[in-house]
Design a protein around this ligand. Structure first.
Ligand code: HEM
Ligand code: HEM
Length: 179
């Protein structure tokens, strides 16, 4: 297996970026939805948002590297003869990256309010504040609805991958594992 992509295959770098990022995003969606429904008396009321925030900030770093790699390095050809499917797959990939960026940035803006700095493990990160009265509410609104939009596109992405694997039998899952 190669490090970099070829015309028909993903290399190790793209495979690792895809799966590490996918795992992080799915965990953030799960913990995000779970934690906003917790009662104050739940033992998870404080640790779950803390975990969400720590993982979220780590995901900003993964995202920056992953998005850069996606756009500067060549992508293998999408294996389908139908032009509309190629276009739809590309659009879905770009939309997933775009929505992820919006969710990550709005999350950071949300936790920037009323604190001097953002604690991330032993680091003190700068806050991102604007001269807007309801900054946290506005960022929270976008964070929530972009996350629901992302769930929709990820569902289409996964269903399309399963359709290609099991109905068209074009070994697409082997491809995203670099095989
Ligand atoms: C269980 C979940 C997932 C499965 C089975 C899956 C499957 C795949 C497959 C088969 C491809 C290759 C498409 C091709 O080139 O023909 C792909 C590419 C891609 N997927 Fe996923 N995916 C999953 C989750 C996600 C998630 C959660 C995201 C982002 C939030 C994502 C974003 C992308 C992107 C941007 C590409 C384009 C190639 C790249 O930059 O790595 N995927 N995925
Ligand atoms: C791709 C990355 C992320 C995803 C998919 C995600 C997903 C979610 C979801 C689904 C919710 C629940 C929304 C609701 O129903 O109100 C949520 C809430 C929240 N997220 Fe994220 N999140 C991500 C990144 C981040 C980051 C980077 C931060 C901060 C640095 C963050 C901070 C928060 C906070 C503070 C809440 C609670 C909002 C409230 O109490 O209304 N998230 N997130």
């Amino acid at each position: 297996m190669r490090l970099t992509n070829t015309e028909n295959r993903f290399g190790i770098i793209s495979v690792l970026f895809h799966w590490v990022f996918a795992l992080a995003v799915i965990t953030l969606l799960g913990t995000g939805i779970y934690m906003v429904g917790l009662s104050y008396y739940s033992p998870w009321y404080h640790p779950m948002p803390k975990f969400h925030q720590q993982l979220g900030i780590a995901t900003i770093i993964i995202f920056a590297l992953r998005a850069m790699w996606h756009f500067i390095h060549k992508q293998p050809k999408i294996k389908t003869k139908k032009r509309w499917e190629k276009g739809a797959a590309k659009a879905a990939h770009h939309l997933m990256l775009l929505l992820s960026a919006g969710i990550l940035i709005s999350g950071y803006i949300m936790v920037s309010v009323e604190v001097e700095f953002i604690e991330w493990f032993q680091f003190q990160l700068p806050t991102l504040t604007f001269d807007i009265e309801n900054q946290a509410d506005l960022a929270g609104f976008w964070h929530k609805y972009l996350a629901y939009g992302l769930i929709g596109i990820i569902s289409v992405h996964v269903l399309a991958a399963l359709k290609h694997q099991f109905i068209d039998k074009d070994r697409i899952l082997q491809k995203i594992f670099g095989l």
